[in-house]
Design a protein around this ligand. Structure first.
Ligand SMILES: Cc1ncc(C[n+]2csc(CCOP(=O)(O)OP(=O)(O)O)c2C)c(N)n1
Ligand SMILES: [Mg+2]
Length: 372
């Protein structure tokens, strides 16, 4: 029933919230409500973190507003803590939906002592050990070759884990992307590649990115199926990603899923005024009209299980409270001591680093300020 290489994105629920195919039994009103709660929580997390950014309490953030169905849908299609995830920098909603504690994300954005990476990474570039969520890197597509290698290792070890690798549409122009896709295909490795196609790579539109008619068609060149899905329809994302993940897990080789979606906000704090510079207000308005959260609300209403305005407001207030409390808790743990820059890398620290550590200590003892 789910076919690769479709001309149009696979859809399950129309924009007006009506199923266009039979709703699979697992989508009970309770599951739909849970998915809605996860998406709304992520949307409000974005809102709060942008405020923290404006207050100068963190220095980088890339929102995923508008893309919640893609990321939550993917999170709910894989075996969390079993499969391995090689994400990209816009995937905090994927992380949250996989159960990464919000406190860890906030701590990482603040670089506090409660940050598991203790301020060593760029803000908003977290990793989560329990979820097998590999550290995010900012270099576009740099995660794709190691993800292919991870999948090759899984194949040779004979485990039933798969590797999930996400990226944006812009990443598909990078040499690393093609190298990783090619290796995964050539070795028939169990990798599920997911393109979060939000149609823009900062100010470069998809049409300027590639002459291919879409992204998923590129899968053909690497000997794998390419699925095309409406990334703002969480039911479709879950059905297609679960289908592709199980196909990969069954030993059929890699697969690519292209989720067509849109980032309704700015790329990051580096381009806070996107509409003024490279895209039209009309385009943004059009995609705001396809909001994935509104779609699931309409579906619940259609099924006779509406979410009341009061309930929605309570959920929003709850997330705001949660973030406020956790920011206070994270900040209370303080900033990591400068000495941590020398820790956790070498069992036996090389001589030149020992010298540098001694030099910093001497500067501190001489009354100079030393900060990590
Ligand atoms: C190798 C490399 N080149 C350029 C950049 C600068 N850069 C950061 S994000 C970005 C756009 C990526 O767009 P896309 O892959 O579509 O992801 P999106 O941000 O839209 O989610 C670029 C070019 C980078 N980080 N790394
Ligand atoms: Mg993009």
């Amino acid at each position: 029933m789910i076919q690769p290489f479709t001309a149009e994105p696979i859809q399950w629920v129309s924009e007006s919230g009506v199923p266009v195919r039979d709703l699979p039994e697992r989508f009970t009103p309770q599951l739909l409500r849970d998915l809605h709660a996860l998406m709304l929580r992520a949307r409000e997390f974005d809102r709060k973190l942008i405020t923290l950014l404006r207050q100068g309490r963190t220095t980088f953030y890339a929102q995923s507003s508008g893309m919640e169905a893609t990321q939550v849908g993917l999170a709910r299609s894989i075996r969390v803590g079993h499969d391995w995830v090689w994400p990209y920098y816009r995937d905090h909603t994927l992380g949250l939906a996989m159960g990464v504690p919000m406190f860890e994300l906030i701590s990482q954005c603040l670089g506090s002592n409660s940050d598991p990476s203790r301020g060593r990474q760029m803000p908003h570039h977290f990793a989560a050990k329990r979820q097998n969520f590999v550290s995010i890197s900012s270099s576009i597509a740099s995660q794709v070759p190691p993800a292919a290698g991870n999948a090759m290792a899984q194949k040779y070890l004979g485990v039933d884990e798969i590797t999930v690798c996400t990226f944006g549409d812009g990443a598909t122009s990078e040499g690393d992307w093609h190298a990783g896709m090619n290796m995964a295909g050539a070795h028939q490795a169990p990798a599920l590649f997911v393109c979060e196609n939000n149609q823009w790579a900062i100010s470069t539109h998809l049409r300027a990115q590639t002459a291919s008619e879409n992204i998923h068609i590129k899968a053909k060149a690497y000997g794998m199926p390419g699925f095309y899905v409406d990334g703002n329809d969480i039911v479709a994302v879950m059905e297609v990603c679960a289908h592709a993940a199980e196909w990969v897990r069954a030993g059929n080789g890699p697969a690519l899923v292209e989720c067509l979606t849109y980032r309704v906000g700015s790329h990051s704090n580096a381009d806070a005024d996107a509409e003024k510079h490279y895209r039209t207000r009309e385009e943004v308005e059009e995609w705001l009209g396809r909001d994935p959260i509104v779609r699931i609300e309409k579906l619940l209403e259609h099924l006779g299980h509406p979410i009341s305005a009061e309930e929605r407001a309570q959920m929003i207030a709850q997330t705001h409270r949660e973030v406020d409390e956790q920011v206070i808790q994270a900040e209370a743990t303080g900033q990591p001591d400068w000495r941590i820059i020398f820790e956790d890398v070498y069992a036996d620290m090389p001589g030149h680093l020992r010298d540098q550590e001694a030099q910093l200590r001497a500067e501190q003892e001489a009354g100079q300020e030393v900060r990590a």
